[in-house]
Design a protein around this ligand. Structure first.
Ligand SMILES: Cc1cc2nc3c(=O)[nH]c(=O)nc-3n(C[C@H](O)[C@H](O)[C@H](O)COP(=O)(O)OP(=O)(O)OC[C@H]3O[C@@H](n4cnc5c(N)ncnc54)[C@H](O)[C@@H]3O)c2cc1C
Length: 449
């Protein structure tokens, strides 16, 4: 069993004295992202423990970025200047039963809130493949799980509190702030320091997870909609090197846990007889329980268990969203690249996400299917493959995941994200002097200004 490496950072933060910059943190190592593919451009890191401390830090430094749990693969979180983190702030979880919401400190991880919510009789609508990520970091990049009726994780946000570049506290809500709220939820870390997030909740539920092996690609082509409708959340894993989808993960609400056991064969795929990992060579010990064993929503919706290494650890990731209508054509286009991409892949995953109205969400006004790539950690090879994939997917209007590796040109991003120009204007309102800007934002959002 491989324990999560980034615990080193979390525990260092928890014991850090108030306001002490954690220079060369912990053992003198440089500050890196979770996968270790990115050494951040500074290791100057302050941990804020309260709203007042956030305000003081924001006022003190001319330029800064917020660091969540460091799970992005690109430079979206990076800075040459200073980091502040809210990870490790007190777990203040406040449930409003009548409003059906929970309010949390933004640096909290989904894996911390979820068991508490379940214990109190509540659930979130969805989770990503892993529970290890912070709520604010996930919402900032439109992080998603799967399920054709499930919006990405940020669609659960009903209100947020944020410290702007001037150090002022702004509260925005879905009910009162209309377009301004829709602009701020998927904020790419560009608007300010999000300090609190309120999320929609619903009565808790149990789920089961079944995995099918070797779904013929031809069946997926002919029955895509039926297959995607096969569960509350459906994930398809392949390395594009055979004519089969290696694994289909079906996550279903266990409304009646005595109800039917699924068929041994489903669209030509065979029901797995043991727990599996999405990367077939790896141990399923790190994965959530399968084989139809019912369990709470938060122990079935993510693929990976809290406290265990999610995915592989040493890896790179890229992901592209295509409009749902283009899904089958896009999947078939990528399948033709199998011999090129396959040798560099650990796995690839296909998921569905419902449309939303959040400005910088790739699913803005559009149901989407995502095609994700977990790569071996070989950037020279991957950097050559991304333009090939992006060219293949361009006719399908594919948008990149904000937190993963991509090479789509800034001018193209402006065409793909219909609200990008307006989002730029909003950033000027909250951050007129570019306190929260970095190279990633300057390149991908502001290059044309
Ligand atoms: C193993 C693995 C599995 C993954 N699985 C999925 C998946 O299933 N679905 C998916 O969509 N993505 C997935 N991702 C990507 C991941 O969810 C996103 O990269 C997410 O943004 C990570 O959150 P974080 O807290 O680590 O953010 P960080 O990388 O720390 O930061 C991301 C951005 O959020 C900003 N930010 C963070 N906190 C705040 C705050 N309080 N206020 C303002 N801005 C803030 C940062 O400045 C930065 O711009 C996965 C990543 C890994 C490593």
């Amino acid at each position: 069993m491989k324990k999560r490496h980034f615990l080193k950072l979390s525990s260092a933060l928890m014991t850090a004295p108030l306001f002490t910059p954690i220079s060369g943190w912990a053992t003198g190592e440089t500050l890196k992202n979770w996968a270790g593919n990115l050494t951040y451009s500074t290791d100057k890191l302050d941990q804020a423990k309260s709203l007042t401390e956030v305000q003081e830090l924001v006022k003190k430094y001319p330029r800064m970025k917020v660091l969540g749990t460091r799970h992005c693969f690109n430079e979206i979180a990076d800075t040459n200047d200073r980091f502040v983190t809210l990870v490790g702030m007190k777990d203040d979880i406040s449930i409003d039963v009548s409003a059906r919401t929970v309010t949390v400190n933004s640096g909290i991880k989904y894996g911390q809130i979820s068991p508490y919510l379940h214990e109190k009789g509540f659930a979130l609508h969805n989770l990503a493949s892993l529970p290890h990520i912070s709520v604010a970091g996930a919402c900032a990049t439109a992080t998603h799980g799967s399920g054709e009726t499930n919006g990405n994780l940020s669609t659960a946000v009903s209100a947020m509190e944020m410290v702007t570049a001037a150090g002022e506290v702004v509260k925005l809500s879905r009910d009162k702030d209309g377009e301004k709220f829709k602009a701020a939820v998927v904020n790419l870390g560009a608007l300010g320091v999000v300090t609190k997030v309120t999320l929609d909740i619903q009565p808790t539920f149990l789920m089961t997870q079944y995995v099918y092996e070797n779904l013929p690609l031809a069946q997926l082509k002919d029955h895509f909609d039926e297959i995607e409708a096969g569960g509350y959340s459906v994930s398809l894993f392949t390395n594009w090197q055979s004519q089969d989808i290696a694994e289909v993960w079906l996550k279903r609400k266990a409304v009646d846990i005595t109800a039917k056991i699924p068929e041994a064969e489903w669209f030509g795929a065979r029901l797995a007889t043991r727990n599996l990992h999405p990367i077939p060579e790896l141990s399923s010990e790190n994965c959530t329980e399968q084989m139809g064993v019912p369990g709470p929503w938060y122990e079935r919706m993510p693929h990976f268990k809290m406290g265990f290494t999610p995915s592989s650890g040493v890896e790179l990731q890229s992901e592209y969203y295509v409009p749902r209508n283009n899904a089958v054509d896009a999947i078939m286009a990528i399948s033709k690249l199998g011999s090129q991409v396959g040798p560099h892949l650990l796995t690839s995953e296909i998921r569905t996400i419902a449309a939303d109205d959040l400005w910088m969400s790739p699913c803005y006004k559009q149901d989407c299917v995502t095609i994700h790539f977990t790569w071996k950690q070989d950037w020279p090879a991957v950097s050559k493959l991304l333009p090939i994939i992006e060219k293949e997917l361009a006719p399908f209007h594919a948008k990149p995941h904000w937190g993963k590796l991509f090479t789509v040109a800034p001018a193209q991003l402006e065409k793909l994200f219909p609200k990008l120009v307006e989002f730029r204007q909003i950033t000027k309102e909250y951050d007129p002097k570019g306190k929260f800007r970095n190279d990633f934002l300057n390149t991908n959002l502001f290059a044309k200004m």
